[in-house]
Design a protein around this ligand. Structure first.
Ligand code: ARG
Length: 467
């Protein structure tokens, strides 16, 4: 069963190679090959450092770097032949390099795959976090476009999915712009957490050879805001730490929750029962049976797909929680969930960016829904409070007005003045002004409120921020 060992890198002490099944079972190159650009970047820095400290000479360094450049191009062009029997991305690249550059046999000096994979992933996270921040900005811009269309389109805001108080579509959609902004902040924090160089930790206990960790850290841009290179402080921690994986998955799952809530709102809003918006044909589908159907599939798929993200976060936590220090092969499986989370979040951003600007508010339906005067019952309470009535008493008075309106089957503002003054003599003829929606919103101009001035200033702020 066992094939002759092709594992030149670690095969020295083995008389038999791994079983074919073991090879298939244990390989990771099928998924970790996407780390190739980072692995090559790390190897270039390693070669420069080895020459810098005199472990290799400048000719050897240059030959290694030229070889790495070639391999990088082959990989980018899809011309590199990956070999599963070489296990992972690190050994595939090292083998290909050694085949063409004899000096490459020295490249792995004072380095282990454990610190290689830790370094590669930190480089990956910095790149992924930057890409996601940019992609989320794109989704925010799309939200902004939609919000602008709803600046003067009023709808009921909901609590418990029951009509609560009037807001503009703009204020509702801008809530998501805020949420996504926190996601950007979260990914920036992930990037900062990733920004520390583990290279030089060796397999577990560093090396006896003269290396320069600050040199490689600087070479790989693991540099703090103070301009100083940042390196890990404990070799055992450095090769087994997967915290940033978990932080990344956490950031992805919170982002996913935001996407899912937005999707749910748009699915509701586009239903006949709400009818607040029309979704673009380009992101909806029909039914094979019911000719009238226009289904919000893109939002449903987003809502469904992001369910994975919480699972990925849980997977990574569970993966590390029982592991003794330091590296354990279990950790090889930390990568597929991370890549899946990244890919899904990027796709979600792209779908939102393209779909959201195609959504059109339906002012007629919105006006109809928001015209229920009960939505402004709270404003009548505030009216009474302005007249000096205690809030609790005012709340009670308006409760009685609502009951009278229901009992007499008369809309709140149509209740006769004498009847309402029986309930509270503080109610004057001007109380009907409470039911003017634009007026009600204009009275809400403290920071964060849905007043038109506030909304305009948020538009200014976001157009500036997202420009
Ligand atoms: N492919 C391995 C991983 O992703 C690289 C590290 C291998 N280290 C080891 N000691 N076998 O975890």
């Amino acid at each position: 069963m066992a094939s002759k060992n092709k594992q030149a890198t670690w095969g020295g002490r083995f008389s038999d190679g791994p079983a074919a099944l073991m090879q298939k079972f244990s390989e990771s190159v099928s998924f970790d090959r996407r780390l190739a650009p980072f692995d090559i970047q790390g190897s270039r820095a390693q070669a420069k450092m080895l020459a810098h400290t005199g472990i290799i000479n400048d000719e050897e360094r240059d030959a290694i770097i030229t070889g790495l450049d070639e391999i990088e191009q082959e990989i980018a062009g899809g011309n590199f032949s990956w070999d599963e029997s070489l296990e992972d991305v690190h050994m595939n690249i090292e083998q290909a390099l050694t085949d063409r550059v004899p000096a490459a046999a020295k490249l792995h000096t004072a380095r282990s795959r454990n610190d290689q994979v830790a370094t590669d992933m930190r480089l990956f996270f910095k790149d992924a976090a930057a890409q996601l921040q940019e992609a989320i900005r794109g989704a925010q811009r799309a939200l902004l476009t939609l919000a602008r269309k709803g600046e003067t389109v009023y709808i009921p805001g909901y609590t418990h999915l029951q009509r609560a108080q009037p807001v503009s579509i703009a204020h509702h959609i801008l809530a998501y712009v805020e949420m996504l902004d926190r996601d950007v902040t979260r990914f920036a924090a992930v990037s900062d957490e990733a920004n520390i160089c583990p290279l030089g930790s060796g397999a577990i206990a560093g090396t006896t050879l003269p290396i320069d960790r600050l040199f490689t850290a600087r070479e790989l841009s693991f540099v703090g805001s103070d301009g100083e290179p940042r390196v890990t402080s404990n070799s055992m921690d450095a090769v087994s730490d997967r915290d940033v994986f978990i932080s990344f998955a956490h950031a992805c799952s919170v982002f996913g929750a935001h996407v899912s809530r937005l999707s749910e709102d748009m699915i509701l809003w586009s239903s006949a029962e709400f009818g607040f918006v029309h979704l673009p044909d380009t992101f909806t589908t029909g039914s094979s049976l019911m000719p009238q159907k226009k289904n919000p599939d893109a939002f449903e798929l987003l809502r469904g797909k992001v369910a994975q993200l919480g699972g990925i976060y849980q997977t990574l936590l569970t993966l590390v929680k029982g592991l003794p220090l330091t590296y354990n092969r279990d950790l090889q499986d930390d990568k597929p969930p991370v890549f899946a989370a990244f890919d899904l979040c990027m796709t979600a951003c792209h779908v939102l960016q393209e779909m959201l600007p195609g959504i059109e508010p339906v002012p007629g339906k919105c006006t109809e829904a928001v015209s229920d005067p009960l939505l402004l019952a709270t404003d009548v309470v505030d009216y009474l409070v302005r007249k000096g009535v205690a809030f609790r008493e005012a709340h009670h008075v308006v409760g009685a007005l609502v009951a009278l309106s229901e009992k007499s089957n008369t809309a709140l503002p149509e209740l006769p003045l004498d009847k309402i003054q029986n309930i509270s003599h503080q109610l004057g003829a001007d109380w009907v002004e409470c039911f003017d929606i634009a007026g009600a919103l204009a009275r809400r101009e403290e920071p964060g409120m849905p007043g038109p001035e506030q909304t305009r200033s948020r538009f200014d702020y976001w157009s500036h921020r997202l420009a």
